[in-house]
Design a protein around this ligand. Sequence first.
Ligand SMILES: CCCCCCCC/C=C\CCCCCCCC(=O)N[C@@H](COP(=O)(O)O)[C@H](O)/C=C/CCCCCCCCCCCCC
Length: 218
Amino acid sequence: MADSVAADDQKFCLQEVLDTFKLCLTENKEVYLEHYVAGWRGLVKFLSSLGSVFGFISKDAVNKIKILVGYMEGENGSQYVTIQSMVKYELENELVDLTKRGSHPESGSRTLLRLHRALRWLELFLERLRTSSEDSKTSVMCSESYNESLAQHHPWVIRKTAGMAFCVLPGRAAFFEVMNVGTPEQVVAMLGEALPLISEVYQITEELYTQNNMLDLP
Ligand SMILES: CCCCCCCC/C=C\CCCCCCCC(=O)N[C@@H](COP(=O)(O)O)[C@H](O)/C=C/CCCCCCCCCCCCC
């Protein structure tokens, strides 16, 4: 699976990512891990299409996807159907390093937390894109969103490297084209549809991690 994530050469389509986030929630508002991971896989496809300068970011996201898929397809896969069942299982079985890195440095819960923090960046960035004007700069929107979210969890060297990569992001028009949706008006409409779904998934996950005191997993 992991190699297919990296080598997937199909064109990115925002509609597909939207569809996976639509599938994320169960009837009782739990988050399906399978669709959550599929959403990230689609986003990584987009990132890869922006060029090798973003390779270090894609690589990290792909690694985290691999870890989660490993659990989903592993012998305890039935415990990894939703984010809620994963957290419950890992906590009950002491499979999470809670305060410092120890014998479970790559638990599902801590791995997902990294993607969860990145989802907040995505939410902020897409909202800026949605409300942007023709002359808005994607690099500025991206770095503002990053500084308000993920940057707070990254050391200086990662913040610097990420900041340099943002500078080479394509302009708004080219960026909208890569989204493969249609006219800028159609992109904006689709972002308006996608954002509430992404927000809801984010909020539900945030509540789960807050309730279990897991927002700072090492
Ligand atoms: C809908 C289309 C428009 C938006 C498309 C966005 C596509 C974004 C795709 C993927 C985003 C990558 C998510 C990165 C997850 C990073 C998780 C993380 O924080 N990892 C760090 C900590 O991990 P551990 O060491 O604790 O295991 C790790 O150190 C990070 C390394 C890589 C640098 C991460 C920089 C993240 C910048 C996020 C902005 C992406 C810019 C995309 C520009 C469109």
